[in-house]
Design a binder for this molecule. Structure first.
Ligand SMILES: [Zn+2]
Length: 1079
């Protein structure tokens, strides 16, 4: 007979799921019932006497604070503070520190009570709501504070027993992790924020209670997040209830009983790294710690330098405490700053790199934007990045790490491969607000067919919190589970720095414990690197053969305003990129031509580093606060100025005196473009008539023409219109400044279409759109802005220059009562029929708008399904229609020097000298000019702007003539005279390319480590092509094809003759090729 009692008098209610699940929240809550629950037991002892009331009670002086306020918002180095300044002012809890961006140094004097000597840990608990860093007396940074999420510094164990007073320092930065915005994080910073000191306590933690907190969190999350019919969900809920019922706040010994219950779910090994040692073959989630530090964003570069040491010094401690933990860290620039500012911490970091716990990743100088920098800039990001990691750590990065950048241009896989990387990680595409990107793990293919293995962490974040949901999402949101089931989990506080907390690592041990003990949760692994993760994917997918592919750009359907916002950083970047190109060209030429010439490698590298820094993914796109641009714009102007000064000095050594402003006419105009550029009009002269320069047989040196141009330009009035005319074009401009017609004489056709599309008013029509995006004003512009706009038709036009070299019309157009635009529309005379002829627009805008977007329109008589937009080293095609939601999403796209809209017979290109946003839909080409968002910079883009663009109608489709015209439009021509009659102009004849004109020489530089010239070429239009490259008057010993790190790939045949040396080159479509020519 079984023992089966009668329960009639002890009935049991069936649990009401929602009530029993919600009840669990009480156990860890700091709210009304705290005293009955676990938070009541977190501290064993707390001394809280740095308050004013006990000022005179010296016997109890366990914590004393003294302050040194740093004047003038400066950020001095620790060595200028400790032992150098007087800490005169006493401070207490409740004191307020400010204003925003100021720094205070706090001298903290502590004495640990004798009775605490046997405890495992004593903590200094600090919370001032801002960022802080503990320094030891010998100036070493040891632990960061960041407001409520990171408040504890574990004091050295010896201090518990030596009965002495000890001193350390806190460097307090009066900004939060996300700068000094108010409740709206991306609002412009409040210049007058103050931070109140809430905690400065000595504390003995109740370590078992804290461990139980993590136990309970993970079991409770399992009860909440596991599938509704899984037994593991209900088992978790029952255990949580048992723990809550076993717990007695007045009896700390019950904590052990509670923990024993927890281990029924979590397993036995959760208090150590050994929990990781079971079931390694079933791993689905690979967890790596990370700390995304925006190199500038809601704070300036100078604060980033401190965020780096705060974040990384703290992570180094965690790497010591948690042997299974791996921390991945990108951006060579940040390592270099640490090396400069904190050499001893840097040495400590190096040891952890050696033990493969602190893992450099990414291979680039900063986590840069990929839409806007030119091709050579992208290459230099990797050249500088990989060389830094190689030199400092003997590490070559295999993975390009770019979690947070606003879209990824189509040549990135090729450039990665040429930089020795075949893996790529991002997650930003999960932010697209129209279509969901279909892959998590896939082959990403570039324009030339190169591919990288790409993974987008399925948890859709690079700042995961190691909760049960993050682990679940790493598998359940994986979009290619049919191909591979592993997901990378990138955890740690980020954007403003920080990184993982100890609690995150404790939670991961418990998640692993759940997977081991109960199942349901995917198996997690710590201890692998990002490369290990990718190695595993390769292994499981037959070297990625079984993975799907995505060809071309990874277009982010978000943040399209970043092609236009903060136009001055963009225009100064374009000019600096062209100037640096020329600097390296002339320096290489001098290196070849002048015996003993010292190539200015140090100066050039410094200019490049500044340029690469300003390409960071918030700086160049325009999404930083005003303070950042007050640094970055002068930095970029300085790059240009310094580069030009170096060029001037080099030209001097080559025998030419550069003329920077002139009233008499210089003899020559220099160009670095290796093809005949046709005629160039001297626009800078204060002389009339304007002079005209043309190359005779050396493409690099244009000679002032003694005669007038053969085909002059004229301006006159006719039939109520202003007319600009050459033998190629007749341009009719209305009295209000709109172009009513462009007639192409050579092709006998009209270029414009004012009849069939939205725009029936004219070309060069300025439109002002209402630009109020759903979120992120500096970043976003939304498609509905295209529905609400005004057209600016009140311009006044007058003839400005009458020819024959150049003819022009000046148009003055009011934009509003506050803003206006002055445009010079011009056309130049020419000598050769083959010269590409454009109609040029030179604009000066006075811009003072709120949430308006200025664009300029060209309605053209072209019909085609797609447009060719120039991108780095190639062309990206995008649709002119809205067939699908993917087409709709591309209502505003990024381009570089030109956008070309061509049908089979004829086309129109719009060239620009510093603009990046564009769209073409139907017959309407629209170039984006200026925006006026008010967050996070309240004054973004206000004031004067100068820019140029041009319309280039042409016979046939997109051709090398367009590519070359866009280069010419951006090139920096330099006026020179010879220094003496002995100076030879032949010395300037350097690089020549004969053959297919779609092959472009993009850069010439000296090799990094050898006496050799690097020549970089690319195929610009998408077809296998050949050319013969000649270096004139050069003695080259050997040539190799090399990668962008300048490592040899293959030997190349070299021919030398009296002209110079030659190599034959064959490039596949959109290939980027580098050649090393050894002297
Ligand atoms: Zn970022």
């Amino acid at each position: 007979m079984s023992c089966y009692p009668v329960y009639n008098n002890t009935p049991v209610a069936k649990q009401v799921d929602s009530i029993y699940e919600n009840h669990l929240d009480q156990f860890l809550s700091e709210g009304e019932y705290k005293k009955f629950n676990l938070p009541n037991l977190y501290d064993l002892h707390r001394i809280d006497n740095s308050i004013k009331d006990v000022e005179n009670d010296t016997a109890k002086g366990y914590v004393n604070l003294r302050v040194y306020p740093v004047p003038d918002l400066k950020r001095p180095n620790v060595h200028e503070i400790i032992g150098k300044v007087n800490f005169e002012q006493v401070a207490y809890k409740g004191d307020a520190f400010g204003p925003s961006w100021s720094t205070f140094w706090i001298q903290v004097e502590v004495r640990i009570p004798d009775s605490w000597s046997d405890y495992a840990e004593v903590i200094f608990d600090w919370d001032c709501g801002n960022e802080g860093l503990v320094y030891t007396e010998d100036c070493q940074p040891v632990q960061a504070f960041s407001g409520s999420e990171r408040t504890e510094y574990i004091l050295p164990k010896s201090w518990q027993t030596d009965h002495s007073i000890h001193i350390f320092y806190v460097e307090m930065a009066c900004n939060g992790m996300f700068g000094c915005g108010g409740t709206d994080q991306i609002a412009p910073p409040d210049p007058n924020r103050h931070f109140v000191l809430k905690k400065a306590d000595l504390l003995v933690p109740n370590l078992p209670a804290r461990a139980l907190r993590c136990d309970f969190m993970i079991i409770q999350q399992s009860a909440k997040e596991f599938p509704s019919r899984s037994w593991q969900k209900f088992r978790a809920r029952q255990l949580c209830h048992e723990i809550m019922n076993a717990f007695h706040p007045e009896d700390p010994s019950t904590i052990e009983e509670c923990r024993s219950l927890a281990k029924l779910y979590l397993g036995e090994h959760i208090d150590s790294e050994y929990v990781n040692e079971t079931n390694p073959n079933q791993t689905k989630v690979y967890a790596v710690g990370h700390c995304h530090i925006d190199t500038a964003w809601l704070w300036p570069f100078a604060e980033t330098r401190r965020k780096i040491v705060r974040s990384w010094a703290t992570q180094l401690n965690l790497l010591d405490r948690y042997p299974e933990y791996r921390f991945v860290c990108s951006q060579a620039q940040q390592y270099e700053w640490l090396k400069q500012d904190h050499p001893r911490t840097y040495e400590r970091l190096k040891k952890h790199v050696k033990s493969r716990q602190f893992l450099p990743v990414g291979g680039s100088w900063v986590e840069h934007d990929t839409n806007l920098p030119c091709g050579e800039s992208l290459i230099r990001q990797f050249l500088f990045g990989q060389r830094f990691f190689q030199d400092e750590f003997d590490v070559r990065c295999d993975t390009f790490w770019l979690p947070d950048t606003f879209g990824y241009s189509s040549q990135i896989p090729q450039i990665c491969r040429l930089a020795g990387m075949d893996r790529f990680l991002t997650q930003k595409l999960s932010w697209s607000n129209i279509n969901s990107f279909p892959h998590s793990t896939f082959n990403w293919v570039a324009l030339d067919g190169s591919q990288v293995l790409c993974h987008m962490p399925p948890a859709d974040t690079y700042t995961a919190d190691t909760n049960v949901t993050d682990i679940i999402h790493s598998v359940f949101q994986h979009k290619n589970l049919a191909n591979d089931q592993a997901g990378l989990l990138v955890f740690g506080i980020g954007d403003g720095g920080g990184g993982p907390t100890p609690e995150m690592l404790e939670k991961l041990r418990r998640c692993k414990g759940v997977a081991n003990t109960i199942g349901q949760l995917p198996e997690i692994k710590l201890g692998d690197s990002v490369d290990d993760f990718f190695d595993g994917v390769f292994k499981r997918t037959s070297n990625a053969a079984t993975l799907p592919s995505w060809v071309g750009e990874l277009y982010l359907e978000f943040h399209r305003g970043t092609y236009t916002t903060q136009s001055e950083i963009k225009s100064s970047m374009r000019k600096a990129e062209f100037s640096l190109h020329d600097l390296e060209y002339f320096a290489t030429l001098a290196f070849v031509r002048i015996p003993g010439f010292k190539y200015p490698v140090r100066e050039i590298n410094e200019l490049w580093k500044t340029t690469l820094l300003c390409q960071f993914h918030d700086v160049l796109p325009g999404s930083c606060i005003e303070m950042v641009y007050k640094d970055a714009i002068p930095m970029m102007h300085n790059v240009f100025r310094s580069s030009e000064l170096l060029i001037k000095a080099i030209l001097e050594q080559l025998g030419f005196r550069q003329i920077t402003s002139h009233t008499t006419l210089p003899d020559y105009l220099l160009t670095t473009l290796p093809w005949n550029v046709g005629g160039v009009v001297d626009e800078s002269a204060n002389t009339t008539p304007l002079s005209f320069y043309e190359s005779i047989d050396n493409p690099n040196i244009l000679v002032r023409s003694e005669n007038y141009v053969k085909h002059p330009a004229r301006a006159y009035e006719s039939n109520g219109c202003l007319v600009l005319r050459t033998d190629k074009f007749l341009v009719r401009i209305s009295k209000s400044g709109l172009i009513m017609s462009i007639h192409d004489f050579y092709n006998d056709r009209e270029v414009l279409d004012l009849k069939t599309g939205i725009n029936k008013t004219g070309a060069n029509q300025y439109v002002l759109l209402q630009d109020t995006p759903l979120s992120f004003p500096a970043w976003d512009t939304e498609i509905y802005s295209l529905d609400k706009y005004s057209i600016l038709t009140d311009g006044k036009a007058q003839i400005y220059e009458t020819g024959p070299t150049k003819a022009s019309v000046l148009v003055e157009t009011p934009i509003s009562e506050k803003s206006s635009i002055k445009t010079v529309i011009s056309i130049s005379g020419f000598n050769n029929d083959d010269d590409a002829s454009s109609i040029d627009f030179s604009c000066e805008v006075d811009w003072h708008e709120d949430y308006k977007f200025l664009k300029v329109e060209f309605p053209v008589d072209i019909h085609a399904e797609y447009v060719s937009y120039e991108t780095q080293f190639g062309i990206t095609h995008r649709p002119t229609h809205y067939n699908t939601s993917w087409d709709v999403a591309k209502f505003e796209v990024c381009h570089h020097k030109f956008a070309d809209y061509s049908d089979y017979n004829y086309g129109v290109s719009i060239l620009n000298d510093c603009k990046y946003g564009f769209s073409v839909h139907g017959n309407l080409m629209r170039l984006s000019l200026l925006r006026s968002p008010k967050q996070p910079d309240a004054h973004a883009d206000m004031g004067k702007h100068y820019f140029r663009y041009a319309i280039l109608p042409h016979k046939g489709g997109l051709s090398p003539q367009v590519v070359r015209a866009a280069y010419k439009f951006n090139s920096l021509f330099r006026f020179v005279n010879k220094n003496s009659i002995e100076t030879s102009v032949e010395a300037l004849d350097f690089v020549r390319v004969d053959g297919d004109e779609n092959i472009i020489v993009s850069n010439v530089k000296k090799a990094e480590d050898e006496d050799a010239i690097i020549l970089r070429l690319y195929e610009s239009l998408g077809g296998r092509s050949r050319c013969r490259l000649t270096l004139k008057n050069c003695d080259i010993k050997s040539v190799t094809k090399c990668n962008i790190l300048e490592e040899d790939i293959a030997q190349v045949n070299l021919q030398n003759d009296e002209e110079g040396c030659h190599i034959q080159i064959e490039l596949k479509a959109f290939e980027i090729a580098s050649f090393k020519m050894s002297l």
